[in-house]
Design a protein around this ligand. Structure first.
Ligand code: CTP
Length: 401
């Protein structure tokens, strides 16, 4: 679920070259229906004009302690009360030091001192400045006071050096904001998710597969991470971007998936098998490209291991969830899979219904539990399906000591 919707967020911008990236952050928060007021330091305004932000936000841009005298503007105290959350991006060494010590000599630092809302600091600076013990000690002070630090990325820096100090990606910052607003009710859980299709090669240039893109599993991974879980995502070939904070293991064939999944299984407390695994693979994979010689070709296929069934026999403490993709007799087939694979829950997923199944952003599913209890969910975004699924898993896990 989008936790940013309707939230009042103050975006604090201090004077670093990454200040221009704050424009993208502002736009992304507003796309997610968050409300953003901007506070800029004097140095930030040397990198990017307040007018850019004024054109993009309806909640105002504040640059001076005396802005409050503008009609309709808030002073720093009212702004501090208005905010549900503060994100500092980029956060320079200077604003980090001021926040750590409680200095208040301009609007942004004074506002920070007055504001009790959660704060996310996104440092961006030269690598040696970032690694300096004085800066690290200030970050530690901020953490002790409850602030959250979004670690910068490693890479080429604007100053010409290479190392840790690049502003975290916008998607990472957004995921952290979603996490701060989410209930931490999966903290302590180790969630293993499999997703996407598998490729079963016929020769070096051809393979058998299906249309699964991995979207459902990526949504599950994002939601589990936001709610505090440690997440491992085993994914077949996909074009989706990695989920920040999630350990992603790429696999290609069903047998790769089996190996990776069974290795990760013993540590997991919750396992969700959303992958659309190929049930069969070619009996032989040709080393060379198969040439177009014959009029008719017959493929001989052999069965792949059923990973979920195996997990059902191995499970100890794991809460095991399967998906059932069906074109007919949806509930009946899903119930049979729930029982025969010894699952704690199954998500019945109709194929061929508009808005449900493979590839799209939405899904329309049924949750089925042992004993036959069934819940039909309306058509919703895959991320919302993921939230509902974890709500049920937590509820069911609480029932069993
Ligand atoms: N699954 C698996 N290993 C396989 C096939 C399926 O782990 N070789 C898992 C899927 O990830 C899913 C569940 O089993 O969670 C059901 O998959 P589905 O393809 O719907 O059913 P199958 O068991 O393969 O049965 P059928 O193809 O006959 O419907």
């Amino acid at each position: 679920m989008n936790q940013i919707k309707g939230r009042k967020i103050v975006l604090g911008i201090s004077g670093g070259i990454a200040a221009y990236k704050a424009v993208d952050l502002l736009r992304r928060i507003e796309e997610l229906d968050g409300r953003v007021a901007v506070v800029m330091t004097a140095n930030a305004q040397r990198f990017i004009a307040p007018l850019t932000f004024q054109a993009l936000t309806s909640e105002g841009v504040y640059t001076d302690l005396f802005d409050a005298y503008r009609p309709g503007a808030m002073d720093h105290i009212h702004l501090a009360q208005w905010a549900d959350l503060v994100v500092l991006a980029p956060a320079t060494a200077n604003i980090i030091a001021k926040a750590a010590l409680g200095l208040a000599d301009d609007l942004l630092s004074t506002f920070l001192l007055a504001c009790t809302a959660p704060k996310l600091f996104c440092p961006a600076m030269n690598v040696r400045m970032y690694e300096n013990p004085a800066l690290q000690a200030n970050l530690e002070r901020i953490r002790e006071k409850g602030g959250v630090i979004q670690e910068p990325e490693s890479g080429a820096l604007a100053c010409g050096e290479t190392g840790r100090g690049r502003l975290a990606s916008i998607e990472e910052i957004i995921e952290s904001l979603q996490g701060i607003f989410s209930p931490p009710d999966l903290r302590g859980e180790r969630v293993l998710i499999t997703t996407g299709c598998t490729w079963e090669p016929l020769d070096p240039v051809r393979f058998l597969t299906n249309p699964s893109t991995g979207r459902m599993g990526f949504a599950l991974a994002r939601v589990a991470r936001r709610r505090g879980a440690e997440v491992t995502l085993i994914s077949g070939p996909t074009h989706l971007s990695p989920v920040p904070g999630v350990k992603q293991i790429p696999v290609v064939t069903a047998r790769d998936l089996e190996k990776a999944a069974l290795e990760a299984f013993p540590r997991a407390t919750i396992v969700i098998k959303a992958a659309a695994v190929s049930d069969y693979r070619p009996e032989k994979t040709s080393v060379q490209k198969i040439k177009k010689k014959q009029e008719r070709v017959t493929l001989s296929l052999v069965q792949n291991p059923d990973i979920l069934r195996r997990m059902g026999t191995l499970k100890k403490k794991q809460f095991l969830v399967g998906f059932a993709a069906e074109t007919e007799h949806l509930l009946q087939n899903a119930r049979t899979k729930l029982e025969s694979k010894n699952l704690d829950m199954i998500v019945a997923n109709p194929i061929g219904v508009p808005g449900a199944g493979f590839a799209g952003e939405t899904n329309q599913v049924h949750f089925i539990f042992p004993g036959g209890k069934t819940e039909a969910l309306p058509l919703m975004l895959k991320e919302e399906v993921a939230c509902q699924l974890f709500d049920r898993i937590i509820r069911e896990k609480r029932k069993t000591p």
